[in-house]
Design a protein around this ligand. Sequence first.
Ligand code: 5AD
Ligand code: SF4
Length: 466
Amino acid sequence: MEAAKKLYVKSFGCQMNVYDAQRMADTLAPEGYVETASAEDADLVILNTCHIREKAAEKVYSELGRVRRMRDAAAAAGRRVTIAVAGCVAQAEGEEIIRRAPAVDLVVGPQSYHRLPDLLARAARDGKAVDTEFPIDDKFNHLAAPERAAIRSRGVSAFVTVQEGCDKFCTFCVVPYTRGAEISRPVDKIIAEVARLADAGVREVSLLGQNVNAYHGEGPDGHPWSLARLLERVAKLSGIDRLRYTTSHPRDMADDLVAAHRDLPQLMPQLHLPVQSGSDRVLAAMNRRHSRADYIAVVDRLRAARPDLALTSDFIVGFPGESEAEFGDTLRLVDDVGFSGAFSFKYSPRPGTPGAEMDDQICDAVKSERLQRLQEAIDRNQAAFNRRCLGRTVDVLFERAGRHPGQLVGRSPYLQPVQVMAPSSSLGQIAAVVVTEVSSNSLFGVLAQKSDHQPTQPPALLGAGA
Ligand code: 5AD
Ligand code: SF4
């Protein structure tokens, strides 16, 4: 019998890449590939890349240097290793990657993953293969579904892409160029995928999209469904106790979605809602198409629906022309909203985006100094949010073993990591935990009296759905 070929996928960047990596592995499984945890013994190495900021692409090239050395060592031992570059750098750079890193055999953009088996055959035959088309044909119709064993090995919390691409064209962002125009998957396809996950033991699902709250996939009734309606439908699947969605744009926070935060018990009280800046002038220059007041109004609507909602965000410092006073507006917004956490980035000019062409690029020293001040404000907010959890009882979904023997790590409804001494039988279960200690990044607690408490199912969910 032919030995299985080993596949190693290393993902950079966002959660959509993590999801894509799984779908690539699923699609290569029928070709005889099994996943391995180490690059050293792999026959096929796929670097699943991110292009959102400069450092991300540079990391890929230095990683490629490492992979090439590994390939040379394998070749000396008579074993051939194939190197593929996938993801957004593949889409943006295309053949340039092979010019800069000739060891690469195959370059494949995010919309062509279903063609991986063909591309591998082409690379084996012709030496190289590049595919960065945006095919008319939807890749989701061709990507293989995961096997039960694969789902189980990936844990109790899973991602499902429901929407991909973006039509918003913020002036700093490459996503509309690398992921293409916005598309939404049909409801029935998503339901079938989540049902399969639930059947294999998944308890929490995060619906993914670059602009997930602009979701408008075709429903079983032939009409476009909103994200709120999709969430309601997914919540009806038995076994799915927790739902999340990411990433959202403030302009697409529709009333029915806000109401879902009040009405849908499975929808976790945490939302990632990037704002990027607290200055109206900078927001306009970024083409965000909302003001600071609009953002705060969205936050108010959300908190009216779900008062304990934990809000996280993304910020960019040093966008072209950002003055000290405008940066001050961003700092104030952090305190005004009271985020439970946030990511902050130095503006990185991306080739081909309008921001890169703007005058008044800000020097790195100023960006670094602002980043540090912003990070301090975010950390302060995060610590305050965590402190408010002290003494409370929160439901924790245990996902993996902790660093210390006997310890498990899970997530609170607010997405905080929670470390608890608990029996390994609690893995994959949701249990009530009393928070006894907090740090800036994590909660620590003890199991409440009942070790595996099941959340009560809601009496009846809203709406009829299909
Ligand atoms: N420079 C810095 N940060 C960026 N982001 C997107 N593009 C850039 C860029 N050119 C950040 C935004 C976005 C997050 C995913 O990455 O904050 O929300
Ligand atoms: Fe990029 Fe803006 Fe689209 Fe988000 S909404 S993916 S920041 S262009």
